[in-house]
Write a protein that binds this ligand. Sequence first.
Ligand code: RFL
Length: 396
Amino acid sequence: MSETDETVENTTVVIVGGGVAGLALGTFLLRDGIDCVVLERQSRQYVEQRQRAGVVDSRAARMFRERGLADRVLGGVPFEPLLNFRVDGETRPLAYATDDHGDGRFCPQQVLVRNLIDVFLGEGGDLRFEAEDVTPEDVDGPRPRVRYRDGAGVTHTLDCAYVAGCDGDHGVSRASIPEGILARHSHEYGYAWLTVLADAPANHQSMMAIHERGFAGQFARGPLASRFYLQCPLDTAVEEWTDDRVWEEVEARFGEPVAVRGPITAKTLVPLRSVVHDPMTYGRLYLLGDAAHLVPPMSAKGMNLALHDADVFAAAVLRKVSEGDASLLEAYSATCLKHVWNYQAFAAWFTDLMHDAGDVSYRGEFRRRLARAEFERLHGSESANRLFGEFLTGLN
Ligand code: RFL
């Protein structure tokens, strides 16, 4: 074929983005007998190695179990219903009440992604990596199209019934919606996290420090690695954080030496923000996951919300295709947004609590004392503790 050649194909759903939302959706649709094509901008190797989230909550894990996929896609270890806090250098474990029977897991996002790719391709799914210039067209009409260019420069057009925008916050799907259609509701927390990946085994699944120098966290990422988080100002630069400075700051905030100062393999800055786009649809384009909403990583809910959207959308398409009933598709945005705002409320509360309780330079002494009182309530009040446990496990 020459560079100008075009191919035109038909499918039911074009899924833009092969991250957690796109791959889970593709797998669910495929197993429900619905044609779909997943278009991913990056290479397979890139998406399989991209390190991000680590917590699959019970609700999401249960969704995979109910679809008979848990053993094949979930890795990692089950949650223990215990959070380890260090408050001003003192150990304050919090055992939270939960009816969860061990479904939630510490499962690195790249393990989930790798497994979903294996299942999807193994069952005959159509997943196209390195798709360039993906462009949704006519999504407000009866038959949308998605065009893209493959690595050989050939342009492809996919005619479809629905486009699923699963391409994250910086993707092309939401950007293709005309101005003024979506409302953007957002909140900036005023600080960032330096996120650090290190070949350093963790003594506990989770450790979180409340300290006057700011929040610090350590979360296990498999048996040999940890993800560390350090609250820092928005205007800091990664280059300012030498490895020695990272370890000194982690140890100062935890008030004890880390078990192993292993090699640091990645450092990134993440400004903490909450964002919701409303509605999550435009014509036949449906937004899923980070393309529609962002939660601060303190809550460990972003990937879980993406999985929830995939579950709701797959069920809605199945109902329409098998029974001709569009009611679930029409309700898609409202159904997801109710769940999104519930998790946003938890994420904002937990993020404020963990940061306000430490460094007073952001929100002052009054907020610090409020946050400390709330922290004590989690230890002392059965109902507060149970509600917290329900949110953490995703059962609320
Ligand atoms: P993803 O995973 O970003 O996937 C989007 C995919 O779309 C592709 N893409 C395109 N493809 C085609 N054409 C284009 N024009 C495209 N533009 C983009 C991208 O290459 C990519 O493959 O979005 P998705 O599927 O919505 O999933 C969202 C989650 O990845 C995200 O919410 C979580 O990582 C958030 N998160 C956490 N969530 C949890 O549930 N539990 C956690 O413990 C947790 N920890 C975290 C986190 C996010 C973090 N960062 C990096 C912000 C910890 C951190 C540090």
